[in-house]
Design a protein around this ligand. Sequence first.
Ligand SMILES: *Cc1c(COP(=O)(O)O)cnc(C)c1O
Length: 455
Amino acid sequence: MTASATEIVYRLPQERRLVTDLPGPRSIELGARRSAAVAAGVSSILPSYAADGDGGVLVDVDGNSLIDLGSGIAVTSVGSANPAVAAAVGGQAAHLIHTCFMVAPYDSYVAVAEKLNALTPGEHDKRTALFNSGAEAVENAVKIARRATGRDAVVAFDHAYHGRTNLTMALTAKNMPYKAHFGPFTPEVYRMPMSYPFRDQFGSDGKAAAEHAISAMTTQIGPDSLAAIIIEPIQGEGGFIVPAPGFLTTLAQWCRENGVVFIADEVQAGFARTGTWFACEEEGVVPDLITMAKGIAGGMPLSAVTGRAELLDAVHASGLGGTYGGNPVACAAALAAIEQMETLDLAGRARHIGETITSVLSETADELAAQGKPVIGEIRGRGAMMAIELVRPGGREADPALTKAVAAACHAQGVIVLTCGTYGNVIRLLPPLVIGDDLLREGLGVLSDAITSLA
Ligand SMILES: *Cc1c(COP(=O)(O)O)cnc(C)c1O
């Protein structure tokens, strides 16, 4: 336990406690109402309805206390009802909930922009624009890159996830469930091979993997037509794929030499999640534009594009904006959440969480191998963004059925884990950064037992 963690005071008992079967009777009742009222295309991972949350637990409407290893998809890094964030939200809401920054500006928008300009990598002059969702930030980063370069084409990578709007669906790689039957998609989006050390022919040679992609970009698009490449420094929905060292730096270098805007999509990996403010810092990559959302505001909807002043300022007046972008309540929440990350050293906590997850799951992988069931193909990730890829024993063939069964077993026992991956065979762990060690270890124990019994 690090010193900082002792400063965290929890409101709810930090325990796994099941008082009904899951889902309990109240959740079942809500589920029935939901089916008659909510669009079928919107689905939930858990059958239980949430009522309260704090630190590393979510409590459902039946009083079950579940261990949260998902953080609402990497959002509630400071906890699902961080007291400082809640106070900031309440305080701001008592004065101004909305003015629209394009109508009557306010100071917290400016303060968030200053903060993001300071926190993001690089010493160059920066500007920031605020929006509501990750997809909206990505859309705007592409708008900015196109306007600033006067070029049309955009490159995204295999396994990429950038959102669900029309442009971001085009950038996203996976057909089902994100894109199927939702086309046609925007033109001038090109897909390039990603470094995927566990599966591609380049393995740990990131430079060779990047040169392969660069050769394809040169021959298929031509740098003169290419506005931007967008890449997640660690891919999220695609399977928590960590590109081999040298991949990002080689691509960034090529972009610099060819006037192509390098956009790091840090929507999932950013904000202390991987043990540094931004995942691209690991290799010293300085993106031209960074997109941020998820963990930025303690659970309030806010997103941002931060980057080189000459790129953002190339856009004509009123070319960027939106009714709610940088809403005052969301900005107050962001300032409080960022302060919590600093005072509680949540980046340090993220590194500690990563070490714990790696050591527990490595032991499980070794035990499974000793029992002749080597189903954990790889443990990967960084900090509190960790995953395991499940395979058929003795090879690399993906095992999505096992993955689904393991996740369901964890849920039934009160541990929230999420799955991901192009092949549906990755279990990802995104605990709140304020989770205590004992609770984390208990959750990992349930996961290890589930894999061992189902393998
Ligand atoms: C979640 C995510 C998005 C989309 O964010 P929304 O807020 O859901 O629109 C974009 N990029 C990455 C890397 C993400 O993980």
